[in-house]
Unconditional design. Structure first.
Lengths: 133, 389
């Protein structure tokens, strides 16, 4: 079975367009400066519409993580065990992602990570790996 | 306006697979509560029916259940907040009674988790993730408690053994609760034996033994105004405090992962309304859908300082004889977790404790009890404080 893929709509197309350019882009509110995530057509802090795009450096730290041993979606059966993590990006947003190319026993909260693009599907998906020293 | 009381409580046995339908299941908790309250069905002036709809095959179950329980033509309606549905139902019932709109209200919680096949259940759990920002990464909601566990362990030095101690405690009381779905003992050795199913990893750091048991079950709480409570009940239990809060569904929108923000906010409201501090609580029921959830509850409810929950379980202070007994009915871990029925069952346990009718699980002479009931992974939080005269 195939893995679930991004569902692209008017509110989030800019994000996946960024991914196609291998860029992690976020919305910064033009009115109050809040960097919001996940994408929304309106700022949750000040309820204004206008925003500009900022490009993330792709650097962050692991806030917390889980090692999956059970395929909640059958598309991930082949990947077991795999790591789902919350990564705090330098630019502010906390994203949900996978940590790949790693020995899961080497993971810990607060370790630095960097972006790596998963090219398996039509749209590259932003994942992370431990930052090389 | 007078006080609001609970005058009757009931629950079905929690079982792996209930043979009847949702009507029969709901009837079991309802009948026990009616008999407990010593009222007639016609004395109930409204009913609130609580469950999580993803397990229901029946559309608009409130009407179907009200008919079966003989609750026509009184009004009925459905309240849903995932696993905290029946605590939310109690909150609504309190308002209905306090406002004077109704004098006696039944809060009926039920869930027939076995109504759907395990394949359907898994498919629905998968749908529980945000298809846009979560599903592409192979994640789903319940496993997020593991994210909290990892953060709690990293920040405070809580260990896997501390979590296992909570499961051992739950099983101690599950064994003596004849309505529990899991009646067997659990030992620490099971968690350290790789051949034992309890030690099997599900979403690390959580293991099979850290997770609660799915169950079919129902619960019922009869809420009354002060006048009716004095007529019908020799031992009314008063609703002293209610707190309720929400958090972002999307976990990336949350700041705190070493506790549940909803529990802290709901507890603060409930303590304030009741005019008490956490040290006044004599017995508590907390939402231990996973062992880490009980650990965080100790801290979120103020029974321990943040990071010191582990000391409570290590020193057995949350056992029946301890400083603050928690989940001495087996909790969700052993008693079972039939989503919509869970909050009502927790309330029942505390009401029986305060009336001194909890049998082998009875705590010594409690005056004030607390119920902590969470929906989703810290999405909806309800805290209820109850007291006797
Ligand atoms: Zn703004």
């Amino acid at each position: 079975m195939e893995k679930p893929r991004p569902v692209i709509g008017p509110d989030n197309a800019f994000f996946w367009e960024g991914c196609k350019r291998r860029q992690l882009v976020f919305q910064k509110c033009k009115s109050c400066g809040h960097v919001r995530w996940p994408p929304a057509h309106v700022c949750p802090k000040c309820l204004e519409y206008d925003w500009e795009e900022i490009v993330s450096s792709g650097q962050g730290i692991i806030y917390s993580y889980v090692i999956y041993h059970f395929p909640y979606h059958p598309g991930f059966r082949e990947e077991l065990p795999y790591v789902v993590a919350l990564v705090d990006l330098m630019e502010g947003p906390r994203v949900l992602t996978n940590i790949i190319e790693c020995d899961s026993s080497a993971l810990a909260c607060d370790l630095p990570v960097e972006i790596v693009w998963d090219e398996e599907g039509e749209i590259p998906i932003p994942k992370f790996r431990l930052r090389k020293a | 306006m007078g006080r609001v009381a609970i005058i009757g409580v009931g629950q079905s046995a929690f079982v792996r697979s209930y043979p009847g339908g949702i009507r029969e299941l709901a009837f079991e908790g309802f009948k026990e509560a009616i008999l407990d309250a010593g009222i007639k069905v016609s004395d109930i002036s409204a009913s609130v029916v609580c469950s999580a709809p993803e397990y229901d095959k029946q559309r608009s179950p409130a009407g179907v259940i009200a008919e079966y329980l003989g609750l026509n033509p009184q009004p009925t309606f459905y309240v849903e907040s995932l696993c905290s549905s029946s605590s939310m139902g109690l909150r609504v019932a309190y308002s209905l009674v306090k406002s004077g709109l109704h004098d006696i209200v039944a809060v009926i919680g039920f869930q027939k988790m076995s109504e759907i096949t395990s394949a359907e259940s898994q498919e629905r759990m998968g749908r529980g993730a945000d298809i846009q920002w979560e599903s592409p990464f192979g994640t789903m909601m319940p496993a997020y408690y593991a994210m909290y566990a990892q953060a709690h362990m990293a920040k405070y030095g809580t260990t896997l053994e501390d979590l296992a101690l909570i499961r051992v405690k739950a099983a101690t009381y599950g064994q003596i609760n004849e309505k529990a779905v899991y009646r067997k003992a659990v030992t620490l050795d099971m968690f350290s034996d790789p051949a034992n199913p309890m030690s099997g990893p599900v979403a690390s750091p959580l293991r099979v033994g850290d997770c609660c048991a799915n169950a079919d079950g129902s619960s019922c709480v009869i809420v009354a105004n002060e006048e009716k409570a004095k007529i019908f009940s020799k031992k009314p239990v008063w609703i002293l405090g209610l707190g309720s809060a929400t958090a972002p569904v999307n976990v990336t929108g949350r700041e705190l992962f070493t506790g549940l923000a909803v529990a802290r906010a709901a507890a603060e409201q409930a303590y304030k309304m009741a005019g008490i501090t956490p040290d006044k609580v004599d017995v508590a029921e907390v939402h231990d859908c996973f062992t880490i959830a009980e650990m965080m509850a100790y801290e979120d409810l103020g029974f321990a300082k943040p990071g010191e929950g582990k000391d409570l379980i290590r020193s057995k202070e949350t056992y029946k004889e301890g400083k603050i007994p928690v989940n001495v009915d087996g909790g969700l871990l052993s008693k079972g977790h039939p989503i919509g029925a869970t909050g009502g069952s927790q309330i029942r346990t505390i009401v029986l404790q305060l009336r001194g009718e909890a049998g082998p699980m009875q705590v010594k002479d409690p005056v004030i009890g607390l119920v902590h009931n969470i929906g989703g992974v810290g999405l909806y939080g309800n805290v209820t404080i109850l007291g006797r005269e």
